[in-house]
Design a protein around this ligand. Structure first.
Ligand code: G6P
Length: 568
């Protein structure tokens, strides 16, 4: 058995493997996102015990108690990770059975927490055991062998035939096939699914970065997501699932649960749902909601939003809502086979295609498209959408991909702004109304990939504190479409200018804000009404991307962050 570990990028490990001229046809590997113990070689996976090796995604919650018990049995720990207890525990079980599959299942019975595990041992290199509880895991069946991974896109290079394991499933992989059973040993069958993703979808192609590719894919991603309304003359609740009419129609309020960028999509939707569908809506960060004593109402429509459908906090928040008696549930998600989609009564799959860059872009705009459709369907069910408005709204939605394309054409101007901006240490983003969440998303993009400290505020709140920060070193970025709040926003911008702050304003064709000393203005080609939030985020994505390029950061894999956070 050969164990190679390194800190940093996978490419470094690949170079190490090449240098050692490692041979063999079975292996397990994991890119660790540190939860217990700093990122270091000694904490890197695989962890070993005797001749046995383990990789693990997730968190073993009772690792401290297990560690003490295993130490008492004489096991010596060489890392600070929770994972190492799994290696020793399985090794201990192997003392009573020669069968690795049995030993792993016995160990699983003692584990609390979340895991996707892969285990193998030196004495039987043609045998790998995997198990799943709370963290994603799927098998890929290829002509030349069997693979296991957390995400389908990792396997597309070798196969499109996938088997999605469910929580509580374990599998043993041998040369002659795969056997799946539950932790108690009961055999189960899981369907083989032909993935609809093509290997090209995860290739960079002509682009330098996935984030750049994904920003420019937005017109297509939106067109695919909105395809079902392409030729439609009316909006049907069935877009959200067979039971949609009764589930949505009977809802008295909406509760949106999500994390990160998906939470920002929920915040925009709140403005739409209340203003257009006339339904009360609250939006909560999933990790807060799951641990808070709230007041449940069974007539609530619970909407979970997630690109991956595997975010641990979002999944747990949904379970929490269900445990409080809220059964009207909808998932808006980009991955049809994800855990989230299997847990809700209704679903809408955004068809953005695989999103690889850690900073979410096309998933966000397609989530917004889905949420706007939800708003219109709810408005219709609630008698707030007349036939004429419905036709007009459908037309506006059909125009969205072309409108985004025109916004993308502003890239050269945005690039020039990025040059002016890259030396800054801090930035303040302002927006009002439904563009306040867009300011939040712009600030998040900038901090995620350029590491510039950025805060977003609803512009009216400026005078209640953040104005104290404004001086010539603190640039202010304003999302300023021509809506009913524009005049108010302009006053806020004057407050900034009067204090020497440099302004970068993303306006509309008709916003009537002009450039002057210290005021840079970029105009989006059209005025998009209620949908302008969807359009106004695009230049902010491009802006962050170009600032990060000037700064030379790792755009697609920003430090300390993970694409899909499957741990709490
Ligand atoms: C991580 C990603 C973010 C994403 C968030 C929620 O933090 O880096 O880009 O917005 O998770 O992910 P989800 O898959 O649930 O949308």
């Amino acid at each position: 058995m050969l164990r190679l570990r390194s800190v940093g990028r996978v490419a470094e490990l690949a170079a190490q493997a090449e240098a050692t001229q490692a041979t063999g046809h079975t292996g397990i590997a994991h890119t660790r996102w540190a939860t217990h113990g700093v990122p270091s070689e000694r904490n890197a996976h695989p962890h070993i015990s005797g001749g046995l090796a383990v990789v693990h995604n997730g968190i073993i919650e009772n690792h401290e108690a297990l560690r003490e018990a295993l130490k008492a049995d004489g096991y010596v720990f060489t890392s600070d990770t929770d994972t190492e207890v799994v290696a020793h525990l399985v090794e201990k079980k192997l003392r009573n059975t020669p069968d690795l599959f049995v030993a792993v299942r016995e160990a699983l019975a003692e584990l609390q927490g979340a895991y996707a595990l892969a285990v193998m041992r030196e004495s039987d290199p043609d045998h790998v055991v995997v198990a799943r509880e709370g963290s994603p895991l799927l098998l890929g069946l290829a002509d030349d062998g069997c693979y296991a991974a957390s995400d389908a896109s990792a396997l597309l290079q070798v196969t499109r035939r996938m088997v999605y394991l469910e929580n509580g499933d374990c599998a043993e992989i041998r040369r002659n096939g795969v056997r799946i059973c539950r932790v108690d040993g009961t055999p189960v069958e899981r369907a083989v699914i032909e993935s609809q993703l093509s290997a090209d979808a995860v290739e960079l192609g002509i682009y330098d970065h996935y984030m750049q590719k994904e920003i420019f894919e937005q017109p297509d991603a939106l067109a695919n997501t909105l395809e079902m309304v392409g030729a439609a003359k009316s909006l049907q609740p069935g877009l959200f699932g067979a039971e949609a009419e009764s589930v949505l129609g009977g809802a008295r309020q909406v509760l949106i649960l999500a994390c990160g960028t998906s939470w920002h999509a929920g915040l925009v939707a709140r403005y739409w749902l209340e203003a257009i569908a006339g339904i009360p809506c609250s939006v909560e960060i999933a990790s807060e909601y799951r641990y808070r004593d709230s007041v449940p109402d069974p007539a609530t429509l619970v909407v979970t939003i997630s690109q991956s459908g595997e975010t641990a906090d979002t999944l747990a928040a949904l379970q929490h809502a269900k445990s409080l008696g809220m059964a009207r549930t909808l998932a808006i998600c980009n991955v049809p086979e994800s855990s989230l989609v299997r847990e809700t009564a209704l679903r809408f799959i955004t068809r953005a295609g695989p999103e690889i860059g850690v900073a979410s872009t096309k998933a966000f705009t397609t989530q917004l498209a889905a949420l706007y459709l939800l708003t219109l369907v709810m408005a219709k069910l609630r008698g707030r959408l007349d036939a004429e408005t419905e036709v007009r709204e459908l037309k506006a939605l059909r125009h969205v991909p072309a409108a985004v394309q025109r916004v993308l054409a502003l890239e050269p101007e945005i690039k020039a702004w990025a040059q002016l901006f890259a030396a800054k240490q801090h930035a303040l983003f302002l927006g009002r109304g439904r563009h306040y969440p867009i300011a939040l998303e712009g600030a998040l993009k900038l901090k995620e990939i350029s590491y510039i400290h950025a805060e977003a505020y609803p512009a009216g709140e400026l005078k209640h504190g953040p104005l104290a920060l404004v001086d010539k070193e603190m640039p202010v970025i304003a999302v300023a479409p021509n809506d009913t709040l524009l005049e108010k926003l302009k006053s806020n911008l004057q407050e900034v200018k009067a204090r020497g702050g440099e302004l970068f304003v993303f306006a509309d064709a008709d916003s009537e804000i002009s450039a002057s000393e210290g005021v840079h203005v970029l105009r989006l080609p059209e005025h998009y009404g209620a949908l302008s939030a969807l359009l106004h985020v695009v230049p902010l994505q491009l802006f962050s991307y170009h600032v990060a390029l000037v700064k030379g950061t790792d755009v697609d894999k920003p430090r300390n962050l993970a694409k899909s956070v499957t741990v709490e």
